[in-house]
Design a protein around this ligand. Structure first.
Ligand SMILES: *Cc1c(COP(=O)(O)O)cnc(C)c1O
Length: 796
């Protein structure tokens, strides 16, 4: 890009003048940011074009990853790192009096996702490009990403997010690649040349315009594409009410739905899903036709992966194009489709399993509905042939049932691969949630344990630790994360452990400063930084954490012989705006924080911090500074988790239930390097099935629980009236669905053990080292290689 700082500076200054019409001294930091961003993007375009030409010419297999969310975060510094020019640019800018890190602050997070699912998609793009694999993302270019969270008087307040306010330097609008998406209208069926043909009449058409973003690999020439679709009015249909049409059209790509699990069943959401799917499939096929290969071989050249069920209409959409436009017979189209689509399941929470009322689905997507109906009929017929008369089985597995379209059933039936995201999750799918589907299609089910882009979450987020690692084992770990294992040779090397400790301490100081700037609270960096950052959800049990904190507070105040190893408990969590209960928990955390942080009796022992607006960019500052990683979901509920992996690779110790990928962390580091507690998944599922849990017993028999739970409603927290009654009721009246009280005692025990262990700081660092060394397994490079080899069949 530029071989020297001098060359960079010359280039930068010339462009700055052209772009802003101003000199350095007259320009503002946002001019610098724009200039630098454009320079990089233009520089990348050569490799981008070359990559695309190569893909086209080689006719090799390509994968298209369809996801309704991409939680990208900031891109500037990651792109510089990937191009290998971060140091040159940083130095060059510095000589001009410009701080690269300040420019990075100006960049808005691309927050086009809610949490884990969207972040996974972003990490996958990184690994695909770095491994030189032909894989591209398709998504929606939401004008407003996930809402911005403010905490006002302890309550969450949501503001619209505005990442596009100053434009997006990374994207290129490709108006010539726009496609049309039909909604509403009706389908006319006719006989033509001895076959049925289908015409979609009176449709309201929306134009989907792609905005392409380059996806760079780390030190590689491969530049893949993230194609984000923008919804715009089509020109020709003249509407009675043009303004209404414009508004309705644009609303399709206006907002990201801010809920990661509850299925809201809103018509606009279904419109978004079909919009994404139809635009993507049309575009994929347009590109495919350029290669002049028969559509009969589509599945040999293309794989379409659907990230959860949101893009599952890819199945009927591909059928529609093959049958209605390409004139395939049903059976042939079905074989092609089934062999082209693969599907990842992300959850077994029943409230998150997508289903759409037919009364909404059918009028909005009349032709797609017909195809789904036919898929369902043929599938039910097969079931009947297999076990005639077994209506119960058919009713259970059908795609259309009880006036709903069941999206997960469509995904399993219409794909060749169904994968879970961690070992336990996949086992639960096979043995319980999808047992009958597994019996029917055992060959489709497989596991792909999630991973994280370790180049973002360690190399970029934790430069000090990264430098130490590189000095110690050489630089290859950035490509081969497994190399981190070589660090095990240093676990009995006190000098090395001292260095780890020193780095952690510095990272804690950096975070302490952020905490002070944002909350005004001073925290002691010698205390344990105990962190729970993730979406707020009952099953993730932030409630268990805060009840335990309240208990610690009680104990310090009442028992003068009790000596707590000082703790800073740090939370970050957004609640879906409509999730009443989750918002109560946020208020509780903030209320408890207010009381505890202002009590001089405990001030040298206990602090509680809620960092507002948790998102990728702040996450990058939190993980490197954590001592303890809270992964305390009710066992069986967290499919995998990826936050747990980010903590691990930054040298934090996990306190966790045997849930999701925590189990695999436990297997890797062994009993002695993790703090596990609580019910197992099997025990939880057993209780759900057979009953036998009575939360009131735990309330009555454990004074610690009774005291903390009573304090929710007895005036202990002044000025909140009956604010926390719903929490109190969920624990006692509603029998504590998530086993918070059941797991309380073992959680309190293990927390005590954590305090004791922390006292021996070198022993603690040795445990941290073991975690870092084994975290290579959780690089998304490993995950993506598994997808590439075992599902997609793509090659570098
Ligand atoms: C990794 C990540 C998540 C997922 O965290 P979990 O603990 O796995 O739920 C959510 N949000 C952001 C911003 C993340 O970086």
């Amino acid at each position: 890009m530029f071989s020297s700082t001098a060359e960079f500076k010359g280039n930068f200054l010339k462009r700055l003048e052209m772009l802003s019409g101003k000199s350095v001294s007259e320009s503002a930091p946002k001019d610098y940011y724009q200039t630098l961003g454009q320079m990089i993007r233009e520089f990348v375009s050569h490799d981008w074009i070359t990559t695309n030409e190569k893909y086209l010419a080689s006719k090799g297999k390509q994968v298209y990853y369809l996801s309704i969310e991409y939680l990208l975060g900031k891109l500037l510094r990651q792109n510089l790192i990937n191009l290998g020019v971060e140091e040159t640019v940083q130095k060059g800018l510095k000589e001009l009096g410009i701080d690269l890190y300040e420019l990075e602050e100006l960049e808005a997070d691309a927050g086009l996702g809610n949490g884990g699912l969207g972040r996974l998609a972003a990490c996958f793009l990184d690994s695909l490009a770095t491994l030189n694999l032909p894989g591209h993302g398709h998504g929606i270019r939401y004008k407003h990403g996930l809402f911005e969270q403010k905490i006002v008087d302890g309550y969450q307040v949501e503001l619209p997010e505005q990442w596009l306010r100053s434009g997006n330097v990374w994207e290129i609008r490709k108006a010539d690649c726009a496609v049309k998406i039909p909604f509403w209208g009706k389908v006319e069926v006719k006989q033509e040349d001895g076959r049925l043909v289908f015409h979609h009449l009176n449709a309201e058409t929306v134009t989907a315009v792609p905005h392409d973003m380059p996806v760079l690999g780390f030190h590689s020439k491969t530049v893949n594409t993230l194609r984000l679709w923008n919804a715009e009015p089509s020109q020709f249909p003249v509407h009675e009410d043009i303004l209404k049409y414009k508004r309705e059209t644009e609303s399709i790509s206006e907002f990201l739905y801010p809920d990661d699990t509850h299925d809201e069943g809103k018509i606009l959401r279904l419109k978004q899903q079909y919009f994404l799917v139809s635009a993507s499939i049309q575009s994929v096929l347009k590109n495919y036709r350029k290669q002049h290969i028969s559509l009969n071989q589509l599945h040999e050249h293309i794989c379409i992966h659907i990230n959860d069920t949101h893009p599952v209409l890819a199945i009927p959409e591909l059928m529609r194009i093959l049958i209605d436009e390409e004139r395939f017979e049903w059976e042939q189209a079905w074989q092609i489709t089934k062999q082209t689509i693969s599907y990842t399941n992300h959850t077994t929470l029943s409230e998150a399993l997508e289903k759409w009322p037919i009364r909404i689905f059918r009028p909005l997507l009349p032709r797609i509905y017909m195809i789904v109906e036919e898929i369902n009929e043929r599938f039910c017929h097969e079931l009947w042939e297999e076990t005639p008369g077994n209506w119960e089985r058919i009713a259970k597995l059908a795609i259309l049932a009880d006036d709903y379209v069941k999206m997960a059933h469509l995904a399993v039936v219409g794909s060749f691969s169904v994968n879970g995201v961690a070992k336990l999750h996949t086992e639960i799918l096979k043995k319980r949630e999808m047992k009958q589907f597994y019996q029917l299609f055992p060959e489709k089910f497989n596991n792909k344990t999630n991973g994280i882009a370790h180049r973002r979450w360690l190399y970029k987020a934790n430069p000090a630790l990264s430098s130490l690692i590189t000095e110690t084992i050489g630089p290859d770990w950035t490509h081969s994360a497994d190399n981190l294992k070589q660090l095990l040779n240093y676990q009995d090397n006190p000098a090395f452990l001292e260095q780890l400790l020193k780095i952690k301490q510095e990272n804690k100081q950096t975070l302490a400063k952020i905490i002070f700037d944002k909350t005004g609270v001073t925290v002691d960096t010698r205390a344990i930084f105990d962190v729970q950052v993730k979406r707020l959800h009952a099953y993730k049990r932030q409630l268990l954490n805060i009840l335990h904190i309240i208990h610690l507070y009680n104990r310090i105040r009442e028992d003068s012989s009790f000596s707590l190893v000082p703790r800073v408990f740090i939370f970050g969590a957004k609640a879906s705006p409509g999730y009443y209960y989750a918002k109560k928990i946020i208020k509780l955390i903030n209320t408890a924080a207010e009381k505890i942080n202002n009590d001089p009796l405990v001030s040298d022992k206990l602090k509680v911090i809620f960092l507002e607006n948790y998102r990728v960019s702040i996450a990058e500052k939190i993980f490197p500074a954590a001592d303890v990683s809270e992964q305390i979901s009710t066992a069986s509920k967290e499919a995998s988790g990826t936050g747990n992996m980010k903590f691990m690779i930054n040298g934090a110790l996990t306190v966790g239930t045997l849930d999701g990928a925590n189990i695999e962390i436990h297997e890797l580091v062994g009993d002695e390097n993790i703090f596990t507690f609580g019910l197992t998944a099997e025990e939880v599922l057993h209780y759900y099935q057979l009953g036998g849990y009575h939360s009131v017993e735990y309330y009555h028999h454990d004074f610690r629980i009774r005291q903390a739970v009573d304090q929710l409603v007895n005036g202990f927290f002044p000025g909140v009236n009956n604010e926390f009654e719903p929490i109190f009721d969920s624990l006692l009246e509603e029998n504590d669905q998530y086993f918070v009280l059941k797991d309380f005692a073992s959680y309190a025990d293990i927390q005590g053990k954590i305090g004791e262990t922390f006292k021996d700081s070198l022993q603690w660092q040795k445990m941290c080292l073991n975690n870092i060394a084994h975290a290579g397994y959780f690089s998304s490079d490993r995950t993506i290689k598994e997808y590439a080899d075992n599902i997609w069949g793509i090659k570098p």
